[in-house]
Design a binder for this molecule. Sequence first.
Ligand code: SAH
Length: 347
Amino acid sequence: MITLEKKDIRKLSLDELKEFFVTQGDKAFRAQQVHEWLWKKSAKDFDQMTNLSIQTRQLLKDQFTINHIHVDKMQRSEDGTIKNAVKLFDGLIVESVLIPTKDRITACVSSQVGCSLDCKFCATARLKRMRNLSPDEIYDQVVAIKQQAELFFNRPLTNIVFMGMGEPLLNYTNVIAAIDKITSPEGLNMASKRITVSTVGIAKMIIKMADDGVKFNLAVSLHDAINETRSAIMPINETNSLEELAEALKYWYKKTKRKVTYEYVVWKGINDTEEHARALIKFCKHIPCKVNLIEYNPIDDGDFQQASDEAIHMYQRLLTQHGIIARIRKSRGKDIDAACGQLANKN
Ligand code: SAH
């Protein structure tokens, strides 16, 4: 006997769902109902779709699956941060994080299982890239955090950052499809300006995003503005130099008129001198931007150590003197390995 693998129903567009119901001799509006259950109400099971007849639910069960993610393990930090180990339909695991602050609740989501970029200071890099996440797997991470925000904080989810595992611009199509659903009234109806995509800085993809007219914010993990140093800690820089990155960012700004955020860690003996700070200032002159000086989260590796407070304040002082907004960002969720660069499926 041949058993046909059931199709994941969320791979179907609304139009394809309509076509399915019409071929079954049912009404097209049934598709609308199912679509609403799948996206707006995030149903994990056909039996939740209580406005469908038992027969219709059975028909769907016979033909389709819902490959919903499952939060396999949830950890809470002393500072309120929540880390989810999220199990995908094929058993692989990614992590996502809820970060509460006084006036925001931010979801930090993953875009790939592992990562191919090999940044020397990042724990995710050690996992290597296993696969891209599908649009619904990204969407589901946001939904899970939205529900946790309501359940544990009694507050709505306000922001989304693509700063979990993986490089979002190397899974561009799926990331865009997920954001489309997140911002659509048929999905979560969130504002694009509340979403930030963080990238290692792939120039040709930044140009593509600008051409596509995306409406979300862009953050670039810069970490150094001297090619030699940046290439040593972020191999992507070898084929994608700071000059190419700067050109792409100028194009981005010309098209979108939106400021870019640079993420920057200051490390002892690597970039903690004035020479590096001045190179950053020069890079910042390309387009309007702001700098987040982020705390280093150790990943059991002696090569990298957080610079002294003095060095970090030197950066902030020089940047500010040149009219560049620079904030020092404290890590969140460090005790549960939920902070930037610590996502590595330790459990
Ligand atoms: N690939 C994307 C998305 C990952 S975001 C990107 O590089 O932007 C994760 C952020 O955490 C990036 O800014 C990354 O540079 C930073 N990061 C990685 N490892 C870190 C660590 N050990 N401590 C602090 N920040 C780290």
